[in-house]
Design a protein around this ligand. Structure first.
Ligand SMILES: Cc1cc2nc3c(=O)[nH]c(=O)nc-3n(C[C@H](O)[C@H](O)[C@H](O)COP(=O)(O)O)c2cc1C
Length: 235
């Protein structure tokens, strides 16, 4: 299949950018996600992956809900499927859910963050400088039910967003396996895997997490599949 012809055709018929059409094809071909782009906050069951009950927890901050006329910053922070906007980390989280059958929980701030790029960047910097603990809306249902917990986030200012600190201080995951994943603009994980271990000393934190540049989002389906296979968690 000639992908440039296909992406152009899809972009034209659905009125999305070629970049986003490429993302749509990649996702749709592999998982048929195009018809069900949004997973529920929790699928309500604890699925088994090789006998393990798995949960995917993530924070993601798409900088727009509008798939049309995106600024460069907005386009950088999202993938678009069938006209619906997903944050980069949200997209990776959904792929992990598809491939492991786990439940999913999205960390959302009680007070919603601004989507305007400059305002968000400044707010995030301020939170980091103040060592803030933004309040999370909602709670994990029965965290004790899970053996394996994926934890996903974007790299913000060389660290996890401060709301991840809130999350990691709110629960005790001793005895569980924590598996980090992140999306970023070039910094990778920074020091965040060690920070997760420091915050959860009783948990086993997998060092071989999955990080993906926002400029390589089309690699997510094959990259996530290969990584899950490597760490023995592909369904
Ligand atoms: C407030 C803020 C700070 C960021 N800081 C960094 C950084 O220090 N290093 C980096 O590689 N990317 C940084 N980025 C880019 C994000 O990590 C990247 O766009 C990520 O894929 C966004 O994921 P999301 O759409 O799931 O929120 C930053 C983005 C924002 C909004």
């Amino acid at each position: 299949m000639n992908s440039s012809v296909t992406t152009a055709g899809i972009a034209q018929s659905l009125k999305v950018s070629r970049r986003n059409a490429l993302k749509m094809i990649t996702m749709g071909m592999v998982f048929g996600l195009a018809t069900t782009p949004f997973a529920p906050a929790s699928s309500g069951h604890a699925a088994d992956v090789k006998g393990k009950k798995t949960l995917i927890v993530y924070f993601s901050m798409p900088e727009t809900n509008n798939p049309d006329n995106m600024t460069r910053e907005e386009d950088n922070s999202v993938v678009v499927i069938d006209g619906k906007v997903l944050g980069n980390t949200q997209y990776v989280a959904q792929l992990i859910q598809e491939m492991t059958g786990g439940d999913i929980f999205r960390i959302l701030p009680q007070k919603p963050y601004p989507t305007d790029h400059r305002t968000l960047v400044d707010l995030a910097k301020g939170e980091q400088e103040q060592d803030a603990r933004p309040v999370i809306a909602g709670k994990l249902e029965a965290p004790e039910a899970y053996d394996t917990i994926f934890i996903g986030y974007p790299n913000w200012w060389g660290d996890m967003p401060m709301i991840l600190y809130t999350f990691l201080e709110q629960y005790d995951f001793s005895g569980k396996t924590l598996i980090p994943f992140c999306t970023h603009g070039g910094s990778g994980f920074s020091r965040t895997i060690q920070t997760i271990q420091d915050k959860q000393p009783g948990a086993t934190v997998i060092r071989d997490g999955y990080s993906l540049s926002r400029n390589r989002m089309e690699r997510a389906p094959s990259g996530v599949a290969a990584w899950l296979k490597e760490i023995g968690l592909k369904k």
